[in-house]
Design a protein around this ligand. Structure first.
Ligand SMILES: Cc1cc2nc3c(=O)[nH]c(=O)nc-3n(C[C@H](O)[C@H](O)[C@H](O)COP(=O)(O)O)c2cc1C
Length: 183
């Protein structure tokens, strides 16, 4: 794995490398798993006896998620996008409906999981380094991942070695990145 991370220090000196992988291709089974759980929470009853909460949450996984994730060679995605543009003229609307938008969404979600992992590791005394720098195609082949899987990032972890650390931390000044609105 280290050569596939270009032998950078953080990879070469690490005891472990954890590869974070997005699985947009599994959306059907993930939506079904959520729906199965929700159906256990709310046993079947006629629509007019269901609470608003129950109807909304069931529609979310049975209608909204399939509609957002489904595409047909990008064509349905563009159709959805045009409809969103028109509707969006009149009211606030969710705009991430094309396949490329969903890629951003799953990578964002996976980034949160990676961050949780790094914070948890720090809490029990380990060091981590998130790495964007890798040959993702070769990593996929090495790990025998399916076509629909994408490498989000590789996180090295263990106890830091002095030669594995680049140097002092750099921080963009807080005032440059934070803007308080109102008042
Ligand atoms: C998008 C992204 C890509 C990164 N890629 C690498 C990388 O390839 N190799 C590496 O050593 N660190 C990489 N880093 C990690 C940074 O070097 C740095 O450790 C991190 O952003 C902030 O760490 P700090 O909070 O300890 O300053 C990356 C960080 C980000 C946000």
């Amino acid at each position: 794995m280290a050569p596939l991370c270009f032998n950078q220090n953080a990879a070469r000196t690490a005891q472990q490398l954890v590869v974070f992988v997005t699985r947009k291709d599994l959306w059907r089974s993930r939506a079904k798993a959520n729906l199965d759980m929700i159906r256990q929470m709310y046993p079947e009853k006629p629509k007019d006896q269901q609470s608003r909460r129950e109807r909304v949450i069931k529609a979310y996984y049975s209608k909204l998620i399939p509609n957002v994730y489904f595409d047909l060679f990008g064509l349905y995605g563009w159709l959805k996008y045009i409809m969103v543009l028109i509707t969006g003229l009149f009211r606030p609307i969710y705009r991430e409906v094309r396949a490329k938008d969903m890629r951003v969404v799953v990578h964002k979600t996976c980034g949160l999981a990676a961050q949780n992992f790094m914070i948890s590791m720090a809490a029990i005394g380990y060091d981590t380094c998130p790495m964007e720098g890798s040959d993702t195609w070769r990593v996929k082949r090495l790990l025998d991942l399916p076509r629909g899987a994408e490498i989000n990032m590789i996180v090295s972890w263990g106890i830091r070695k002095p030669e594995g650390v680049y140097g002092e931390r750099f921080r963009i000044p807080f005032d440059e990145i934070y803007r308080r609105m109102g008042q």
